[in-house]
Structures are given as structure tokens and as C-alpha cells.
Design a protein around this ligand. Structure first.
Ligand code: SF4
Length: 209
């Protein structure tokens, strides 16, 4: 990979995906961090189907922090891992209320002190909620990095570092969306749509085949 090639890839992705963005629905930073926490191991579509029920009943960090565990488990059950996710979002809400005066912190060190908030969730909140340059790496970005030659690693932190070597800081946020959406809908883990791919000339996976 080099900077020129990376610029070309991103230019193509911008053409292929004209309106890249977060597919989770949210109305404020609290809803964003809860929705992102709930999105692990499930689809954004499923999260969007339950968050209106959750936030209608528990609209604030204080109310969700005081919620009955069983009630939250019941609401979020369709997402899977409901016990852990419910515990985490209740504890996270308590911490946001008690320690941060209902404000979502805007730096990674404080965000990752919140229960259930790891590096990826924190970076999504920074990028999406605060528009602070960040490049969260999920399974789609790891796969795209390997196929396009950004990184050989499976470690999200290393892959993030490798992307950042070639992607301009002003493109970090949009690149996260572009690679995620391209991986989710086009360059899928199984049966990627290679016969109809604008990145075929840049792709190592396709050459291997
Ligand atoms: S050619 Fe296939 S594997 Fe390579 S980027 Fe395109 S869809 Fe993905």
C-alpha cells in the first residue's frame, strides 16, 4: 500500500457510496453510546428496531441507570447477549449520571472507563458524536484491510495504525464509514461481489483467486 493507491481507493469508494454514514438511529450522544454498545454481535437494523422502545421508557442516563435489570433484558432480548448488554448499559448509564453529570465524555481515556465501552465503541462515539478524527476498526475494516493490502494483522489496534499510515487524517471518519459499508454490502466475508467491483485492480484477495 502507499498513499497514492490509498487515495485512489478512497476516491472510488466515495463514488460508489455517495452518502456514507452511521446506520444506527439516535437523537443525542447518550442514545448514540447506548446504541453503539448494543450493536456488538448484531445488526444495526436490529438495534434500530429496539432502541425506540428502550429510549421511550428510559430516555436519560439517570432513568436507564435506575432501570430494573430484568426489564432491560426483556426489551433488548432480540439482540442476543442480553444479560451482559443490559448490565453494561445500566452500569454505563449510572456512571454517566454519577461521574460525568449526564455528559458523554469526549476523549478516549474517559470513554473507556465506562462499563462495556471498549476502544471501538469509544472511537465511534468520538467520530460520529463529536466529529473528532478517529478510525474505528470492526470486522469489516479488518477484512477490507487484508483484501486491499492496508494490513496483514487481525488485531484491530494494529489494523487501525496501518490504515492511518496511508489515510489522511481528514479522511479517517469517512473512511471508517466507506470501508464498513463496502464490506457490509459488497465485499462480504463470504461471496464478495468481485465480478462487479470497482476495486478489483487494487485487491489482493481477487488476485489470489
Ligand atoms: S474484488 Fe472482491 S474481494 Fe476484492 S474488494 Fe472487490 S469485492 Fe472485495
Amino acid at each position: 500500500m502507499n498513499r497514492k493507491k490509498s487515495d485512489e481507493i478512497i476516491t472510488i469508494l466515495k463514488e460508489v457510496i455517495p452518502n456514507p454514514g452511521c446506520e444506527l438511529n439516535y437523537n443525542n450522544l447518550f442514545e448514540l453510546i447506548v446504541a453503539v454498545s448494543l450493536s456488538a454481535q448484531t445488526t444495526d437494523k436490529r438495534v434500530n428496531s429496539i432502541t425506540p422502545i428502550l429510549f421511550n421508557k428510559y430516555p436519560s442516563p439517570e432513568s436507564l441507570g435506575n432501570a430494573e435489570l430484568d426489564d432491560v433484558i426483556n426489551i433488548i432480548k432480540p439482540l442476543g447477549f442480553a444479560n451482559n448488554k443490559a448490565k453494561n448499559i445500566i452500569e454505563m448509564s449510572k456512571a454517566i449520571h454519577d461521574q460525568f453529570n449526564d455528559q458523554i465524555p469526549s476523549n478516549i481515556e474517559l470513554l473507556t472507563t465506562l462499563p462495556g465501552v471498549g476502544r471501538k465503541t469509544a472511537l465511534v462515539v468520538l467520530a460520529e458524536g463529536f466529529k473528532i478524527p478517529a478510525l474505528p476498526v470492526d470486522t469489516h475494516l479488518i477484512r477490507m484491510a487484508s483484501r486491499l493490502g492496508y494490513s496483514k494483522s487481525n488485531d484491530p489496534v494494529k489494523v487501525e495504525e496501518d490504515y492511518k499510515k496511508y489515510i489522511r487524517k481528514e479522511d479517517w471518519i469517512i473512511s471508517h464509514h466507506l470501508f464498513l459499508l463496502f464490506g457490509r454490502y459488497h465485499c462480504k466475508a463470504t461471496s464478495p461481489e468481485c465480478s462487479n467491483c470497482r476495486l478489483v485492480d487494487y485487491c489482493k484477495f481477487n488476485k489470489k483467486k
